[in-house]
Design a protein around this ligand. Structure first.
Ligand SMILES: Cc1cc2nc3c(=O)[nH]c(=O)nc-3n(C[C@H](O)[C@H](O)[C@H](O)COP(=O)(O)O)c2cc1C
Length: 199
C-alpha cells in the first residue's frame, strides 16, 4: 500500500519539532542540571493530560528526592542479591550506583488492582504510557533531556516496600530528567507504512 509522503515539517510546527527532537538518554548520561521546581511541576502536570478510561487514575508517580537515593541504592543491591546471591562487590557497587543516575528521578506506577474497577489493565497501561510520553515531550519542550529505565529490580520486594506499592500496583519504569551529555543522532523512525494498514 502506498502512503503519500509529506514535506518535512516547517520549523514553525513547534509540536512536531519537539516530538522529533526527543531521544531516550540513558539515565547514567543524564547530568545536572535537572528541571527546576517549576519545570518539574510542569512536567508532572503534563502527565495529568493523559487520557484515562473512566477517569480511574490508572497510574501514579513517585519522585525520588536526593536524600532518598541511598535507600534506593540499597534496594537495587537487595534486588541484585535476591537474584544473584553470589554477586561480587563490583556488581553490588554498580547496582547501588544506579540510584544516583539522573538528577531528577521518578517512578511510573501502574494501579492495576482488579478490585479497583472494570477498566482492563491493558487500558490502564495505555493511560500510563500516554502520561509518560506527555512528560517526555513536556520536558523536551523545556529543553530538558529524558530517559526511561526498567528492569527486574522494580519488582523486588525491597523496592516495592521503598516505593510504598500496594497490592495490585506495579512499578513500570524509572523516568529520568536532566541534561544530556551529548545529543544522540536521530534514529530512523518507523513510517506509517510499517505499522498502518487499512481494513
Ligand atoms: C517502558 C519502557 C522501559 C524502558 N526501559 C529501558 C531500559 O531499561 N533501558 C534502556 O536503555 N532503555 C529503556 N527504554 C527506552 C528505550 O530503549 C528507547 O525508547 C528506545 O531505544 C528507542 O529510543 P528513542 O526513545 O530515542 O526513540 C524503555 C522504554 C520504555 C517505553
Amino acid at each position: 500500500m502506498e502512503f503519500p509522503t509529506y514535506p518535512p515539517p516547517a520549523l514553525s510546527d513547534e509540536l512536531w519539532t519537539v516530538l522529533a527532537a526527543r531521544r531516550n538518554t540513558s539515565l547514567r548520561r543524564l547530568q545536572a542540571p535537572g528541571p527546576d521546581e517549576a519545570g518539574l511541576q510542569r512536567i508532572c502536570e503534563a502527565a495529568g493530560h493523559a487520557p484515562d478510561h473512566a477517569k480511574q487514575r490508572s497510574w501514579r508517580l513517585v519522585l525520588i528526592p536526593a536524600h532518598k537515593r541511598h535507600e534506593l541504592g540499597d534496594a537495587f543491591v537487595d534486588a541484585l542479591v535476591q537474584r544473584e546471591p553470589d554477586a561480587d562487590e563490583d556488581a553490588r557497587s554498580a547496582a547501588h550506583g544506579k540510584a544516583f543516575h539522573a538528577p531528577c528521578l521518578l517512578v511510573a506506577i501502574l494501579r492495576a488492582d482488579p478490585a479497583l474497577a472494570d477498566v482492563p489493565v491493558a487500558e490502564r497501561l495505555v493511560s500510563l504510557g500516554c502520561a509518560v510520553q506527555n512528560m517526555l515531550i513536556a520536558a523536551q519542550a523545556l529543553g530538558i533531556a529524558s530517559g526511561l529505565a526498567s528492569g527486574a529490580a522494580l519488582a523486588a520486594s525491597g523496592m516495592r516496600r521503598l516505593l510504598g506499592l500496594e497490592a495490585g500496583e506495579q512499578a513500570v519504569c524509572f523516568i529520568g530528567f536532566g541534561s544530556a551529555e551529548c545529543v544522540k543522532a536521530a534514529r530512523p523512525r518507523p513510517q506509517p507504512a510499517h505499522y498502518l494498514t487499512v481494513l
